[in-house]
Design a protein around this ligand. Structure first.
Ligand code: PGA
Length: 251
């Protein structure tokens, strides 16, 4: 039985004071909901603040990106060790906005995934097709390639620790959501790809989140699909009530 995992991807939003307020409201709302793993992923600048606010609760801290090297001359970058130093346990990698605006390739994502795992961070690895790829019936091919290349070279222990997020790019921040059947189809595909890369047992253990305009109104149905093990929430995570309602829908 895979434990559901709901993560809030706050993207480039919230000053530290606002982040503290949102984290406190989520902490209060999730106090009795320990059957779901809840992860908050604020901006780098708010990590310490949010870490302090959620201390003592079961809510976990995650970052939205990192560099693959341990340290060195990489101006403007943040390492896995620095994230661990701020109590992060998770890091989102390969989000479509990183791929699209910052030219991250599967090869780069793979380096980051390996570095995160080596530093004892759990990567949340994002994959998903563009609208034109879905319309050209390339979803299976695109997602298979992203999963295969992003997770290349991982051993079974690493596989089992990794979280995936299927985020169809056309559904992110657009208000369009994949139907539960569309999402389930791709989640099942991802699990088959994982089974081929590692083994069926490990593939069954891996949690695969759905992301893309998930909100309280559609969360229950999406999270009720057999291969959907959680959500990566953008817009709706910026409002404590919406986010907590999605966590409740995962129960
Ligand atoms: P959204 O974003 O919920 O606003 O669509 C999801 C994401 O980008 O992770």
């Amino acid at each position: 039985m895979r434990k559901k995992i709901i993560a809030g991807n706050w993207k480039m939003n919230k000053l530290t004071g606002e982040a503290a307020e949102l984290a406190a409201a989520v902490k209060a709302g999730c106090a009795a909901l320990s059957d779901v793993d809840v992860v908050l992923c604020p901006t780098f600048t708010a990590l310490k603040t949010v870490s302090d606010v959620i201390a003592g609760s079961s809510i976990r801290l995650g970052a939205q990106n990192m560099h693959w090297e341990k340290d060195g001359a990489y101006t403007g970058e943040i390492s896995a060790g620095m994230l661990r130093d701020l109590n992060c346990q998770f890091v989102i990698l390969g989000h479509s906005e990183r791929r699209q605006y910052f030219h991250e390739t599967d090869a780069i994502v793979n380096r980051k995934v390996r570095a995160a795992l080596a530093a004892n961070l759990t990567p949340i690895v994002c994959v998903g097709e563009l609208l034109e790829q879905r319309e050209a019936n390339q979803t299976e091919e695109v997602v298979t390639a992203q999963v295969t290349k992003s997770l290349a070279g991982l051993d079974e222990t690493a596989f089992r620790r990794t979280v995936l997020a299927y985020e169809p790019v056309w559904a992110i921040g657009t208000g369009l959501t994949a139907t539960p059947a569309q999402a389930q189809e791709v989640h099942a595909l991802i699990r088959r790809v994982l089974a081929g890369m590692c083994n069926p047992g490990a593939a069954q253990a891996v949690r695969i989140q759905y992301g893309g305009s998930m909100k309280p109104a559609n969360a229950k149905e999406l999270l009720g699909q057999p291969d959907i093990d959680g959500g990566l929430i953008g817009g709706a995570a910026l409002d404590a009530k919406s986010f907590v309602d999605i966590v409740r829908a995962a129960l």
